[in-house]
Design a protein around this ligand. Sequence first.
Ligand SMILES: [Zn+2]
Length: 194
Amino acid sequence: MPSIDQLMLKALRLFRKLPINPLNIGNTSGRFLEYFKGFDKVEAVKGIFGEKTTEILSNLKVEFSNINGYMYVDGAEGCIVISKNYLQNGNKTDIYLDLIHELCHVKQFMEGKELFDPKYEYVDRPTEIEAYSYTVQEARRIGLTEERICQYLKTEWMSNSDFRRLAKSVKVNTQKPHLKLSGKNNTTNPNSTT
Ligand SMILES: [Zn+2]
């Protein structure tokens, strides 16, 4: 069985191979697998789409945007929109986990689920809880501590009480005494994130 370090290295190696330089993206869209090569071989991704993983990721459209934020699934088209700034400057582990999270939303979109259901607050929305639960599972698999997972979950636009509600829903322990909730250190607004 590979060590946590090896698993982490494997996850991070994906990014070193990313043939992407956001500054060079003139035309700002393409297909997911053109930019995120090898993602169809990642177990966590195969766990979402099963046998159709390669086919779905080959067809999935991805757009690179000048929005200041992270990434989200477009509620009309079901494509993934990613902030160029985040892709260039964001923490690689956070980006990896966000991609897993958004791919969960792509699956939900394909199943006809409403991704921006206004009946719910962001942290209470069933589609978010499902996507975060799956992502937390992958975060633990690659060796992140509960404290680091909390940092990942806590975005700067999320109140402490919302964060604690979300953490409880996805069964993440927030009881560390010196928890520093700095978030992902980027600017965004909740409307541009699924
Ligand atoms: Zn989401």
